[in-house]
Design a binder for this molecule. Sequence first.
Ligand SMILES: *Cc1c(COP(=O)(O)O)cnc(C)c1O
Length: 354
Amino acid sequence: MKNYLSKKARAITPYTAGEQRNDRKYVKLNTNENPYPPSEKALQAYRALQFADLKLYPSPDSDVLCRAIAQAENVERENVFCGNGSDEILALCFPAFFDPDGEGAAFADVTYSFYPVFCEFFNIPSVIVPLKEDFTMDLDALSAARAQGVILANPNAPTGIGIPLNKVEEFVQKNRDRIVIIDEAYMPFFGQSAAALIKNYDNLLIVKTFSKGYSLAGMRCGYAIGAVSLINGLKCCKDCFNSYPVDRVCQAVCAAAIGDQDYYANRNALVVKERERLSKELENIGFTVLPSSSNFVFARHKNLSGAEVYRQLRERGVLVRHFDRPRISQFCRITVGSKEQNDALLAALREFLR
Ligand SMILES: *Cc1c(COP(=O)(O)O)cnc(C)c1O
């Protein structure tokens, strides 16, 4: 039979998201969702929607939502761009800021595994810069790397390690002549966002999401903050692809959610508290846990492989994430859940470690 697929569609290996299993009920700690529900204000906004309005297209540039984000982030409306999940925005960043015949995009060897996929998809060279031995970001090596721009996750995934804001600013300053994209998906659990720096650095783009810190992974919404010229580049690429990526329901719900900072600050502080407890408990039973600034921990057991820990937990109804990749195959990435979920995880671990 004739193969009608393009060479790219035949050859590319796509990103693999965490599994969504339906064979039984699981304690799901594998995709870094927030254990708490979205804010009551978001629910009210959802209920206030007029169903009949769905016959109309939404605002193409998510106008009301961008205003709500601008207010919460203390920037101007024209410095904000919205997308269908931050993954979509990250995808748009590659054609917007990198050339196929340029020096490429520099990023860590151990980081969000979507970045190399985007590079391949858009034919942009990747420039891989290994993390240091202790899994921290090698900012000096990234600065020294020949590349058209740099992308880094802060806190990084799947390590969970954060870079302090003063180090980020130093880095952005040093890389003044090229684009620096910072994926702050986990910033609500670290609290050192570089978003305010966009006023001083027109080479800096911050990408954030409603999925983790706002308990809205099911809504699919993310945003970017940066200089107007960068926002226009994203807008241009978006309009070559999808004029209306953020639907009416999403725009209304997310605008209400980001207006409810108190609720989320409170809930995310509980996640951080649980993270510290979980890290200690894991250490007590023989795990090495990297210092996490996010809503997950990256942990390695002294006697068991990462694959074994993953498998044993799955058999006991607990899903975590294991990456069979160089440098990190000994580890599992475990989402910080509610107290009950974390206790279920610890009970399952104790059971098979006995
Ligand atoms: C979860 C995650 C995202 C994005 O998520 P969306 O749900 O598409 O907004 C982006 N970057 C990193 C590092 C993530 O872990």
